[in-house]
Design a protein around this ligand. Structure first.
Ligand SMILES: [Zn+2]
Length: 229
Protein backbone atom coordinates (compact mmCIF):
# COMPACT_ATOMS: atom_id res chain seq x y z
CA UNK A 1 0.00 0.00 0.00
CA UNK A 2 1.16 3.54 -0.78
CA UNK A 3 2.70 5.12 2.35
CA UNK A 4 0.16 7.98 2.27
CA UNK A 5 -2.69 5.51 2.03
CA UNK A 6 -1.23 3.63 5.02
CA UNK A 7 -1.25 6.90 6.99
CA UNK A 8 -4.86 7.60 5.94
CA UNK A 9 -5.87 4.06 6.81
CA UNK A 10 -4.16 4.16 10.24
CA UNK A 11 -5.83 7.42 11.17
CA UNK A 12 -9.18 6.18 9.91
CA UNK A 13 -8.86 3.00 12.01
CA UNK A 14 -8.01 5.13 15.08
CA UNK A 15 -10.96 7.45 14.46
CA UNK A 16 -13.32 4.54 13.91
CA UNK A 17 -12.22 2.93 17.19
CA UNK A 18 -13.08 6.20 18.95
CA UNK A 19 -16.43 6.37 17.14
CA UNK A 20 -17.22 2.80 18.20
CA UNK A 21 -16.43 3.45 21.88
CA UNK A 22 -18.42 6.69 21.92
CA UNK A 23 -21.27 4.96 20.11
CA UNK A 24 -21.25 2.09 22.59
CA UNK A 25 -21.35 4.51 25.54
CA UNK A 26 -24.13 6.54 23.94
CA UNK A 27 -26.18 3.38 23.27
CA UNK A 28 -25.80 2.19 26.88
CA UNK A 29 -26.66 5.65 28.26
CA UNK A 30 -29.63 6.01 25.96
CA UNK A 31 -30.90 2.55 27.01
CA UNK A 32 -30.81 3.78 30.63
CA UNK A 33 -32.66 6.97 29.66
CA UNK A 34 -35.37 5.04 27.81
CA UNK A 35 -35.72 2.50 30.65
CA UNK A 36 -35.98 5.34 33.16
CA UNK A 37 -38.74 6.99 31.10
CA UNK A 38 -40.58 3.66 30.80
CA UNK A 39 -40.34 3.08 34.57
CA UNK A 40 -41.60 6.63 35.25
CA UNK A 41 -44.49 6.00 32.86
CA UNK A 42 -45.22 2.74 34.71
CA UNK A 43 -45.24 4.57 38.05
CA UNK A 44 -47.69 7.15 36.69
CA UNK A 45 -49.97 4.37 35.42
CA UNK A 46 -49.90 2.66 38.85
CA UNK A 47 -50.70 5.99 40.56
CA UNK A 48 -53.66 6.66 38.28
CA UNK A 49 -54.83 3.05 38.81
CA UNK A 50 -54.64 3.51 42.59
CA UNK A 51 -56.61 6.72 42.33
CA UNK A 52 -59.29 5.00 40.17
CA UNK A 53 -59.65 2.23 42.79
CA UNK A 54 -59.79 4.82 45.61
CA UNK A 55 -62.50 6.82 43.83
CA UNK A 56 -64.73 3.82 43.19
CA UNK A 57 -64.17 2.57 46.78
CA UNK A 58 -65.27 5.92 48.18
CA UNK A 59 -68.39 5.93 45.96
CA UNK A 60 -69.11 2.37 47.09
CA UNK A 61 -68.95 3.43 50.76
CA UNK A 62 -71.34 6.33 50.20
CA UNK A 63 -73.77 4.09 48.30
CA UNK A 64 -73.64 1.40 50.99
CA UNK A 65 -74.30 3.96 53.74
CA UNK A 66 -77.25 5.32 51.78
CA UNK A 67 -78.53 1.78 51.32
CA UNK A 68 -78.30 1.08 55.07
CA UNK A 69 -80.22 4.31 55.76
CA UNK A 70 -83.07 3.30 53.46
CA UNK A 71 -83.17 -0.23 54.88
CA UNK A 72 -83.53 1.29 58.38
CA UNK A 73 -86.15 3.77 57.18
CA UNK A 74 -88.13 0.95 55.55
CA UNK A 75 -87.87 -1.14 58.75
CA UNK A 76 -89.17 1.76 60.84
CA UNK A 77 -92.12 2.30 58.48
CA UNK A 78 -92.82 -1.43 58.49
CA UNK A 79 -92.83 -1.41 62.31
CA UNK A 80 -95.41 1.39 62.23
CA UNK A 81 -97.59 -0.79 59.96
CA UNK A 82 -97.04 -3.94 62.06
CA UNK A 83 -97.82 -2.21 65.36
CA UNK A 84 -100.55 0.04 63.95
CA UNK A 85 -98.91 2.92 65.76
CA UNK A 86 -98.94 5.54 62.97
CA UNK A 87 -100.71 6.66 59.81
CA UNK A 88 -101.08 3.34 57.94
CA UNK A 89 -101.41 4.81 54.44
CA UNK A 90 -98.41 7.10 54.73
CA UNK A 91 -96.32 4.27 56.28
CA UNK A 92 -97.26 2.00 53.37
CA UNK A 93 -96.23 4.70 50.88
CA UNK A 94 -92.96 5.08 52.67
CA UNK A 95 -92.30 1.32 52.61
CA UNK A 96 -92.99 1.27 48.87
CA UNK A 97 -90.78 4.33 48.20
CA UNK A 98 -87.95 2.89 50.30
CA UNK A 99 -88.24 -0.49 48.57
CA UNK A 100 -87.89 1.19 45.15
CA UNK A 101 -84.86 3.24 46.25
CA UNK A 102 -83.28 0.17 47.92
CA UNK A 103 -83.67 -1.66 44.61
CA UNK A 104 -81.89 1.10 42.72
CA UNK A 105 -79.13 1.35 45.33
CA UNK A 106 -78.57 -2.42 45.33
CA UNK A 107 -78.21 -2.40 41.56
CA UNK A 108 -75.84 0.57 41.81
CA UNK A 109 -73.85 -1.21 44.53
CA UNK A 110 -73.44 -4.31 42.34
CA UNK A 111 -72.30 -2.16 39.41
CA UNK A 112 -69.78 -0.41 41.63
CA UNK A 113 -68.47 -3.77 42.84
CA UNK A 114 -67.88 -4.80 39.22
CA UNK A 115 -66.26 -1.47 38.42
CA UNK A 116 -63.96 -1.88 41.42
CA UNK A 117 -63.04 -5.44 40.45
CA UNK A 118 -62.12 -4.24 36.97
CA UNK A 119 -60.13 -1.28 38.35
CA UNK A 120 -58.26 -3.59 40.74
CA UNK A 121 -57.39 -5.95 37.88
CA UNK A 122 -56.04 -3.05 35.83
CA UNK A 123 -54.06 -1.85 38.85
CA UNK A 124 -52.60 -5.31 39.53
CA UNK A 125 -51.52 -5.64 35.91
CA UNK A 126 -49.94 -2.17 35.87
CA UNK A 127 -48.07 -3.05 39.09
CA UNK A 128 -46.68 -6.19 37.44
CA UNK A 129 -45.74 -4.09 34.42
CA UNK A 130 -43.99 -1.58 36.68
CA UNK A 131 -41.95 -4.35 38.35
CA UNK A 132 -40.85 -5.51 34.88
CA UNK A 133 -39.95 -1.93 33.82
CA UNK A 134 -37.97 -1.41 37.03
CA UNK A 135 -36.10 -4.67 36.39
CA UNK A 136 -35.31 -3.44 32.85
CA UNK A 137 -34.00 -0.20 34.31
CA UNK A 138 -31.80 -2.04 36.82
CA UNK A 139 -30.42 -4.19 33.99
CA UNK A 140 -29.72 -1.18 31.77
CA UNK A 141 -27.99 0.58 34.68
CA UNK A 142 -25.92 -2.52 35.45
CA UNK A 143 -24.86 -2.80 31.79
CA UNK A 144 -23.82 0.86 31.68
CA UNK A 145 -22.03 0.67 35.00
CA UNK A 146 -20.16 -2.51 33.95
CA UNK A 147 -18.84 -0.85 30.76
CA UNK A 148 -18.58 2.78 31.90
CA UNK A 149 -15.07 2.71 33.37
CA UNK A 150 -13.62 0.29 30.77
CA UNK A 151 -15.01 2.43 27.92
CA UNK A 152 -13.51 5.56 29.48
CA UNK A 153 -10.09 3.99 29.78
CA UNK A 154 -10.29 2.38 26.31
CA UNK A 155 -11.34 5.77 24.95
CA UNK A 156 -8.40 7.49 26.64
CA UNK A 157 -6.07 4.94 25.03
CA UNK A 158 -7.80 5.29 21.64
CA UNK A 159 -7.49 9.09 21.79
CA UNK A 160 -3.82 8.80 22.66
CA UNK A 161 -3.31 6.42 19.73
CA UNK A 162 -5.16 8.85 17.46
CA UNK A 163 -2.90 11.70 18.62
CA UNK A 164 0.10 9.52 17.78
CA UNK A 165 -1.01 8.54 14.24
CA UNK A 166 -2.67 11.83 13.27
CA UNK A 167 0.61 13.71 12.55
CA UNK A 168 1.59 10.92 10.14
CA UNK A 169 -1.11 12.05 7.74
CA UNK A 170 0.53 14.26 5.11
CA UNK A 171 -0.99 17.77 5.35
CA UNK A 172 -2.19 17.66 1.75
CA UNK A 173 -4.81 15.04 2.69
CA UNK A 174 -6.02 16.71 5.88
CA UNK A 175 -8.82 18.84 4.51
CA UNK A 176 -10.34 16.14 2.35
CA UNK A 177 -10.04 13.59 5.17
CA UNK A 178 -11.71 15.91 7.70
CA UNK A 179 -14.39 16.73 5.15
CA UNK A 180 -15.23 13.06 4.65
CA UNK A 181 -15.33 12.49 8.41
CA UNK A 182 -17.50 15.55 9.01
CA UNK A 183 -20.00 14.31 6.44
CA UNK A 184 -19.75 10.78 7.94
CA UNK A 185 -18.69 9.43 4.55
CA UNK A 186 -16.60 6.29 4.10
CA UNK A 187 -12.96 7.35 4.01
CA UNK A 188 -11.75 4.14 2.35
CA UNK A 189 -13.53 2.38 -0.49
CA UNK A 190 -12.93 -0.94 -2.24
CA UNK A 191 -13.17 -1.52 -5.95
CA UNK A 192 -15.54 -4.32 -6.94
CA UNK A 193 -15.76 -5.21 -10.63
CA UNK A 194 -14.28 -1.84 -11.52
CA UNK A 195 -16.79 0.07 -9.41
CA UNK A 196 -16.68 1.84 -6.04
CA UNK A 197 -18.02 -0.44 -3.31
CA UNK A 198 -19.72 2.52 -1.61
CA UNK A 199 -21.30 4.60 -4.39
CA UNK A 200 -20.98 2.18 -7.37
CA UNK A 201 -19.25 4.85 -9.48
CA UNK A 202 -17.01 3.33 -12.18
CA UNK A 203 -13.31 3.67 -11.25
CA UNK A 204 -11.07 4.28 -14.27
CA UNK A 205 -8.80 1.18 -14.65
CA UNK A 206 -5.75 3.43 -14.80
CA UNK A 207 -6.47 4.76 -11.28
CA UNK A 208 -7.00 1.28 -9.89
CA UNK A 209 -3.76 -0.03 -11.47
CA UNK A 210 -1.79 2.91 -10.05
CA UNK A 211 -3.36 2.27 -6.64
CA UNK A 212 -2.47 -1.41 -6.80
CA UNK A 213 1.09 -0.64 -7.76
CA UNK A 214 1.38 1.88 -4.89
CA UNK A 215 2.18 4.60 -7.38
CA UNK A 216 -0.55 7.04 -6.45
CA UNK A 217 -3.41 7.73 -4.07
CA UNK A 218 -6.76 8.28 -5.79
CA UNK A 219 -10.25 9.12 -4.63
CA UNK A 220 -13.55 7.94 -6.07
CA UNK A 221 -15.11 10.92 -7.88
CA UNK A 222 -18.54 9.75 -6.78
CA UNK A 223 -18.20 9.62 -3.00
CA UNK A 224 -14.71 11.01 -2.42
CA UNK A 225 -13.44 7.90 -0.62
CA UNK A 226 -9.83 6.87 -1.00
CA UNK A 227 -9.52 3.86 -3.26
CA UNK A 228 -7.99 0.77 -1.64
CA UNK A 229 -5.75 -1.55 -3.68
ZN1 LIG B 1 -17.45 6.04 -4.40
Amino acid sequence: MHADLVAISNLYAADRAIDALRGEHEALSSAVRLAREAAAGGEATVKSGESAVATVTATQRTTDRELEDYVDKKKRAQTLIDTGAGDYASAERQVAQCAAIIDQLETRSLELMETRDAAEKVLASSRRELVARQADLELARAKLSARDAPIRSELAAALEHQRAVSPELPPAYRQHYDDLRRRTRAVLVNVDDGCCSVCAMRIPPQKFVETQKDRAVHVCVGCGGYILP
